[in-house]
Design a protein around this ligand. Structure first.
Ligand code: ATP
Length: 624
């Protein structure tokens, strides 16, 4: 399709043709009356009531349809077993006053016959035109034949080196070997070593996998072909495989080079899960990828790097030696890593004196590199919007809330009753965060609605440490904090609201996971009782997952979940009853200020002498 065809023009033409077809075929708007007969028509003709008669003969048989238009505008049709008889009868009784038209079903006019073909032709042209545009957009070339061409981006010089990747020292060390292979393959081949063909980078989103792959290419000074696994996935069987072939043929011409496949799980998912019908295409694409990787000679200079955050769903065939035989795990940065990443991204920005990167690093546990980059970027946007040339701590704080919770919708009008309810609700959460030993301290409490639907306010804790594991005590306390909002509403307003639905869901999920996944229930023991969850169904592999326990166990699980929840609820209620005055003070402050900082919140406890159950609740105190 060399010419650019405008689809909107086609839609216009289609509508025109539709109208035309309606007009031409509108003679079909006759009301079929099965009980009507030639005899009745004869009567009507005699009474001079008929305006026109059309007799439509079915092809090559004597039967047909008679369409009668009466003078009063009524249109009826009926079936006749012999059109010739009917015609004779009409001619005899009409006295030449009524026109009689005889057709066969093929249609009379040229237009009537051709319209369906014209319509189909235009549909095909329209489809091809849109299809061509899609190819054009994806491939950047103006030709349909490029559909099977790879969509890889080629970067002759990434310009990124290991110094641009902060932290990740072990990962960089592992990859330095690959850089060396690419720079001086002879050193390895001379001694008979087999250079690895593929490296798979595994880690959560935004941890710098792409950045690392680019750095390998930059350090080795070789071209970088990058493509996302989802770019191979097309509606048409065989297109993905063709793209893989094309990508590798391009790479071979540019060897030594790096081929980077992001989100490889989109194509390399375990085969034979039979999910979603589009499987043939994916299997063909994966097979082609394996064929290509096996195909290029031992030391052809192409290193395929791939990234995924779900190595567990990958087809084992791709992890076999000779394919992706190196696995590098890229984890979320620790506090030192975070500080280094912040330093890298702060380089290009003007940072105010009150901003302490080490402190930000301490309070962003769980953040990946991309989150940190985003944190500084959002802060820079706030600063620019305020017409400032540098970023202040306040910008970072706002950005932190925006990333964690969503943009605050200050202009949204909230009825006073809802504000009060939210104020007690959030105060309930915040007090439990404060009082429970394993919970992080409060960073901010707010009753300003945020972007998330139905979120009337939020209590944001300050991520305190980089714990890799969660203990039973932590999980119980998490459940207690979740119920804090509901309990506060109940205690202070003697009313409960739908605002706690998300809290209830998360508390129930934690309690169930404690019993079925982590073996925290003494009654059920350390046994995995998990069944399908939607996440796994989505990923396909576990679709056939069965429940390996009976109804009795299922009942016990439910009972245990309920017991944990009840215990946590009661314990949380005890704490909040003893903190009623703080609940009141906190809600009043929130209603006045809308958002309070962690310091303002903590100050509410300063003149508080009552010793409460502070920091005493652990899983030992509950009989779980
Ligand atoms: P995904 O799994 O979503 O593809 P990824 O792991 O490939 O993510 P990248 O795309 O490499 O993550 O990282 C996103 C951005 O985060 C980078 O462009 C960079 O700005 C920043 N980033 C992540 N990790 C680091 C790091 N270690 N040092 C510096 N910047 C980093």
């Amino acid at each position: 399709m060399k010419k650019k065809l405008d689809p909107s023009a086609f839609f216009f033409v289609l509508i025109l043709i539709g109208i035309l077809m309606y007009v031409v075929y509108s003679n079909m708007n006759y009301n079929t009356i099965l009980s009507f007969t030639d005899g009745m028509l004869k009567e009507a003709l005699k009474d001079n009531e008929v305006l026109e008669v059309q007799i439509i003969q079915n092809q090559q048989v004597p039967t047909g349809t008679v369409q009668v238009t009466f003078k009063d505008g009524t249109k009826i049709s009926y079936y006749t077993s012999d059109v010739n008889e009917t015609q004779k009868m009409v001619e005899k009784n009409a006295d030449n006053k009524v026109p009689v038209l005889l057709h066969d079903v093929k249609g009379n006019t040229w237009l009537e016959r051709m319209l369906p073909y014209i319509f189909a032709f235009i549909l095909v042209i329209l489809f091809l035109s849109m299809f061509g545009r899609r190819v054009q957009r994806g491939g950047g070339q103006d030709s349909l034949s490029n559909f099977g061409k790879s969509r890889a981006k080629k970067d002759l010089k990434t310009g990124i080196c290991f110094d641009d990747v902060a932290g990740l020292e072990e990962e960089k060390q592992e990859l330095k070997e690959i850089v060396d292979f690419l720079k001086d393959p002879k050193k390895y081949t001379d001694i008979g070593a087999r250079i690895p063909k593929g490296v798979i980078l595994v880690g959560p989103p935004g941890t710098g996998k792409t950045l690392l792959a680019k750095a390998v290419s930059g350090e080795a000074g070789v071209p970088f072909f990058s493509i996302s696994g989802s770019d191979f996935v097309e509606m048409f069987v065989g297109v993905g495989a063709a793209r893989v072939r094309d990508l590798f043929s391009d790479a071979k011409k540019n060897a030594p080079c790096i081929v980077f496949i992001d989100e490889i799980d989109a194509v390399a998912r375990r085969r034979g899960t039979g999910l979603g019908g589009g499987n043939d295409e994916k299997e063909q694409t994966l097979n082609q990828l394996l064929v290509e990787m096996d195909g290029f000679g031992k030391n052809s200079g192409i290193i395929v790097m791939a990234a995924t955050n779900r190595v567990d769903i990958l087809d084992p065939a791709i992890l076999r030696p000779g394919r992706f035989d190196r696995k590098v795990t890229v984890s979320r940065p620790d506090v030192k890593g975070r500080e280094e990443i912040l330093k890298v991204h702060a380089k290009a920005k003007s940072i105010g004196e009150d901003v302490n990167l080490a402190e930000i690093a301490r309070t962003t546990s769980g953040f990946a590199g991309a989150d940190l980059e985003n944190l500084l970027n959002e802060a820079a946007i706030f600063a620019a919007a305020d017409n400032r040339a540098f970023i202040t701590k306040a910008d970072i704080d706002r950005s932190f809330i925006k990333i964690g919770i969503g943009t605050e919708k200050k202009s949204r009008l909230v009825p006073e009753k809802d504000r009060r309810l939210t104020a007690y609700h959030e105060a309930g959460h915040a007090i439990l965060f404060h009082d429970l030993s394993e919970m992080d301290p409060v960073y901010a409490v707010s009753i300003i609605p945020t972007g998330a639907d139905g979120v009337g306010g939020f209590t944001m804790p300050l991520p305190g440490n980089d714990n890799a594991f969660r203990t039973k005590t932590m999980m119980m306390q998490n459940i207690m904090v979740s119920y804090g909002g509901r309990i506060a509403e109940e205690l202070m307003l003697n009313e409960i609201s739908t605002g706690a639905s998300a809290d209830i869901r998360s508390a129930s999920q934690i309690a169930r996971a404690m019993v079925t996944k982590y073996g925290f229930s003494e009654k059920l023991g350390p046994i995995n009782y998990e069944t399908d969850d939607s996440d796994q169904v989505f990923l396909g592999r576990e679709l056939g997952h069965e429940r390996y326990f009976g109804a009795e166990i299922s009942k016990e699980i439910d009972a245990e979940v309920k017991r944990i929840i009840n215990e946590c609820y009661e314990e949380a209620k005890k704490i909040l009853i003893s903190r009623k005055d703080i609940l009141e003070k906190c809600a009043t402050l929130l209603l006045a200020k809308e958002r309070i900082s962690g310091e303002e919140f903590n100050a509410l406890f300063d003149d508080e002498n009552t010793v409460t159950s502070e920091n005493t609740y652990t899983s030992e105190s509950a009989d779980v």
